[in-house]
Design a protein around this ligand. Structure first.
Ligand SMILES: Nc1nc2c(c(=O)[nH]1)N(C=O)[C@@H](CNc1ccc(C(=O)N[C@@H](CCC(=O)O)C(=O)O)cc1)CN2
Ligand SMILES: Nc1nc2c(ncn2[C@@H]2O[C@H](COP(=O)(O)OP(=O)(O)OP(=O)(O)O)[C@@H](O)[C@H]2O)c(=O)[nH]1
Ligand SMILES: [Mg+2]
Length: 450
């Protein structure tokens, strides 16, 4: 084995805080503990000690924990120091450790070592970043599952099934003159079809993952002056956009992020839709339409005192009960019209953006629409990473080709070689590969200290 460096990094963000965590990982750990604290390292015991620097000064009285080789996060000897959260103190300790032969860790290096030591598969290592970066409860839940190995397990079980089919076919390769008799093609062909179906549904979870990560795109639309901007302000709880009695106030779309229950939403206010009177208005409306077309959820705002609007045809065609909520605004004004016939299949929610009434009902209806209208996988694996989706799609198309070849009665070894390529492609997900450049690309996205 080549000797490895002992790496160090702060594991917490820099800045004043109650505590900071510094991690040290590598073979120097036992002797460092002896030298710094004057005590033999006792693995997995939380200890209080005085950090004595190389020049004999006490830097801090702090808590430290030693994890022994093979039983740590990284898999190597590991020391965690919890000094007071003073950035200057952290710097002093890091400098002292550098002087003792450690070096600063690169981004993701602790997790990279965990992967190389077999503590995590690659999909789990990637999940560490997802857990740190998740911006909603649902996103965190999906990342946590991936970190616990859900993606790895699902992919492994697909690979196991694929290996069984490959073995069935390879039994024939030893008898090259013999064609695969039709009755023996049936088993592998069926197994391949069901694998393709299962891979497709796994790939489909990616759509959900991007909603989790980027947020559900929710577009507020409607005629001018109905209160779209007032609604955005009410939902964000800020005076984010200009509201005025003059129709055509909003000229360009405005985006804000809000949470509704466990979901993250990108909520977008658009220019009112009507017959444009100027080219500037036309451009505004054009931009509204672009936003509307790419939305996951539409909030159509009506003015309760006005007749139902006539929206442009392309917009009307998009509306359905799964992606649309009709928001009937200005119900604080007396002279309400009966608007129940407008988009009658979609839920209608009466509100007053100005008086801030009905907003909790609206949040509840939005939440329900998201739960019913979006395919939200319950337990199992969610594919969050584009890299995983790509590898799966590649494997899936190889399986489809091999099924075709099987049907055409081509030799078993041709079919089997496609299957091997598919297995290799799936191996990229869990990291059963030997490719430095992929590893570099992956781990560079981590923050230092992870
Ligand atoms: N103080 C501290 N808190 C932390 C972490 C850490 O590294 N340090 N983690 C870092 O992300 C997360 C927890 N993940 C961890 C995963 C494995 C091991 C570990 O020591 N594994 C050993 C022993 C397993 C056992 O005893 O059950 C191993 O796998 O061999 C530690 C933390 C979140 N909280
Ligand atoms: N009475 C009452 N007035 C409201 C309500 N919501 C908005 N308004 C008023 O309606 C007018 C238009 O509001 P905006 O939020 O600017 O409407 P908009 O749909 O964004 O308008 P454009 O950007 O021009 O398309 C303003 O004078 C608001 O004060 C409400 O719930 N009740
Ligand atoms: Mg507006």
């Amino acid at each position: 084995m080549t000797p490895i460096d002992t790496i160090i990094a702060p594991a917490t963000a820099s800045g004043e805080a109650a505590l900071a965590v510094i991690r040290v990982s590598g073979p120097l750990v036992p002797e460092l503990v002896e030298a710094i604290f004057g005590k033999a390292p006792l693995p997995r015991q939380v200890r209080l000690g005085r950090y004595l620097s190389t020049d004999g000064r006490t830097l801090d009285t702090l808590i430290y924990t030693v994890y022994e080789e093979g039983k740590s996060y990284s898999g190597d000897w590991l020391l965690e120091l919890t000094p007071h959260g003073n950035p200057w103190l952290v710097r002093k300790i890091l400098d002292d450790l550098l002087g003792r032969g450690c070096r600063l860790a690169e981004a993701g290096e602790f997790t990279r070592r965990a992967f190389l030591n077999g503590k995590l598969d690659l999909s789990q290592a990637e999940a560490v970043v997802q857990v740190i970066q998740a911006r909603s409860e649902r996103a965190l839940e999906a990342a946590r599952r991936q970190l616990s190995g859900s993606v790895g397990r699902t992919v492994d079980s697909l690979v196991d099934r694929l290996l069984v089919v490959t073995a069935m076919l390879e039994a024939y390769i030893d008898f090259p003159e013999e064609d695969l008799p039709p009755e023996d093609q049936k088993g592998p062909a069926q197994a391949l079809s069901s694998l393709v179906t299962d891979m497709e549904s796994l790939i489909a979870t990616r759509q959900y993952a991007s909603l989790l990560h980027d947020g559900v795109k929710c577009v507020i639309l409607g005629e001018p002056n109905v209160g779209k901007s007032s609604l955005l302000n009410a939902l964000t709880g800020e005076d984010r956009v200009i509201v005025s009695a003059e129709p055509g106030t909003t000229r360009d779309y405005v985006e804000e992020r809000i949470h509704i229950g466990p979901y993250l939403l990108r909520i977008i206010d658009t220019a009112g839709l009507h017959e444009a009177a100027s080219s500037l208005e036309e451009e505004g409306i054009h931009r509204s339409l672009e936003q509307i077309e790419s939305a996951d959820l539409l909030l159509v705002v009506l003015d309760s005192t006005r007749p139902a609007p006539t929206l442009p045809d392309p917009v009307v065609r998009l509306l359905n009960e799964r992606n649309t909520v009709v928001v009937v605004n200005k119900v604080d004004l007396a002279e309400g019209k009966d608007l129940a016939a407008f988009a009658a299949d979609c839920p209608h929610v009466p509100i007053s953006a100005a008086k801030q009434t009905g907003l909790n009902d609206l949040r509840e209806v939005i939440r329900r629409s998201l739960e019913e209208g979006l395919v939200i996988p319950d337990e199992s694996a969610v594919i969050v990473s584009a890299r995983h989706a790509e590898a799966l799609a590649q494997a899936k198309s190889l399986l489809q080709e091999s099924r075709e070849k099987l049907r055409e009665g081509l030799p078993a070894e041709l079919v089997a070689s496609d299957l091997h390529a598919a297995i290799e492609s799936m191996g990229l997900i869990t990291g059963k590969i030997d490719n430095e450049s992929i590893l570099d690309r992956l781990f560079n996205r981590f923050c230092i200290g992870k």
